[in-house]
Design a protein around this ligand. Sequence first.
Ligand code: PRX
Length: 663
Amino acid sequence: MAEGSIEIYESEDRRFPPPPEFAAAALTNDRSLYDEAEADYEAFWARQARELVTWSTDFDTTLEWDLPFSKWFIGGELNVSENCLDRHVDAGKGDKVAYHWEGEPGDTRTITYSELLDDVERFANVMKGLGLEKGDRVAIYMPMIPELPIAMLACTRIGVAHSVIFGGFSPDSITDRCEDAEARLVITADAGYRRGEPSALKPNVDAALSAGAPSVENVVVVDRCGTDPEMVEGRDHWWHEVMADAAADCPAEPMDSEQLLYILYTSGTTAKPKGIMHTTGGYLTQAVFTHKYVFDLKADTDVYWCAADIGWVTGHSYIVYGPLANGCTSVMYEGTPDTPRPEERGDDRASWNKDRLWDIIERYGVTQLYTAPTAIRTFMRWGPEWPAGRDLSTLRVLGTVGEPINPEAWMWYHEHIGAERCPIVDTWWQTETGGHMISPLPGVTTTKPGSGCHPIPGTFAEVVDDDGQVVTEGGGYLTLTRPWPGMLRGIWGDPERYKETYWSTYEGRYFAGDGARVDADGYIWILGRVDDVMNVSGHRISTAEVESALVDHPAVAEAAVVGATDEVTGQAIVGYVILIGSVEASDELREEVRQHVAKKLGPTARPRAVFLVPDLPKTRSGKIMRRLLRNVADGHQLGDTTTLADPGVVAAIREGAAEGDGD
Ligand code: PRX
């Protein structure tokens, strides 16, 4: 199992108990949370929901569980934007900084809770003025600028569900997502800064809307980079103009606990992305609880930085909803960590310094840093001179998310960034889970480098074998055994796919799609995906999506895609392509096919290498043997080939692979 995934090995000799000085200063973390949840997990979550979330009407039933459908905090009413903004302002914290925002070119904005509330109310009125009503859906395709959380919170204020589309996605992805959700409005920007240049967004929206998505009536555009995009009369509106005209007050509307909060599309094993649905009360409870305890938050003084993009679930839960509901101060950064401010840039990109990230931590006094293993491995490669004399002593907790972290990267993070002082929280969760599920708790858990350790209080996981039998020590498949408040409520428009994907493999269990191992001490080690989903730099991309983009090229007859092991990105996409009979193979064509995928799906999904092959290895029943292709991609021995329809094919592929170069 877990073929082709990253090997995680255990290091029994390296264990990190919570540092005593840290444990003494910890907020509330102690074992009692586990005990309480173990004794009565519904009562535990009910207490969290009442303590951490403000309800305009209290709930009467904590959980209704009609496997596989759950409802949480039934009868309760609340408003997410009120929880994130008004209640802090009402408590006298209006002047507290919500976001220290920094643009890639070095421009900064300091946004307080009351300023954020003002903008959210105004933008909610803008949306009302455009005819949006509770239950409608809105697509958001934006760079990492403050208007992005403002737009999301404004949606929650009036009960409109948002669907945030990652800014790196292509026009096709925008069309598909807008069509699937029948979005009535798209909120975007002309462009966002990335690697020193404006990266266009509005033209992608234009292309998407000319290809389809007739449900979209209006487009609101933030002028971020002054790139002067085309504006369609009657459909497109400048953000600054509609905001200037909007009324200032928009009271938060109480929402039912199970009101749809957002849809977020994620890759599964087929080419069509799944619209994961999250609702209001349960999701917020999970986000606010985990943000507080997993990062050991001291909300009054901490400066927390999640360096993810809001286009992914990590940004939803841990840049927007968790931190704001907890009333803490966050850093939000627009660009890439290796892009210096303009005055520090030379002409030659290769000579750009690697100071930006450390500079931001020092300048704002960041206390928690939350990032992905792929970023950590990139920092390691920048060389031992970084973080070059920067003072990182404000850091207290370091987090990692998105893919398995190898023990070396864990140790580097621990030693070089955390100065062996900061606990590391390796947080396993998914778009589907809404918030952390498996993670150490700082101040409580003795960590092992590379292990997610244990389910957090109130969540329950077990590793099972092929027959669904519980594995108490050894490898198997990761399952969740009880519902949790932040769990997905289904797949938008496709309840059957929801049941089939998550609940049909092991009876009564949620199957996460990941392989995992339990060690002799009961620690959980996540091994990576066991289905046809690749994990590239922590981004989920399905082999089927890339295959269908490959065969969309007119010269391609058939394609197979696998995830090869990659030192930095975890996995890298490798495509094997059979051309149609009449087409001549060439390097130019190979590159064209590769770029075609980027055009269809966005640059994140561009294969690292495409090999043009005469045939693909198949079993007698015609199934592509991905294991062989993965081995070729990894440069390994091919192993047993006797089930191949034509063993000669493998040799041909190997020759082709040896000739083909990735980049
Ligand atoms: O394979 C697991 C991996 O990322 C998948 C979830 O991806 P996504 O829905 O995009 O959400 C990413 C951010 C939560 C999981 O099925 N994954 C996530 N966190 C970890 C991880 N693998 C190992 N260790 C983790 N800490």
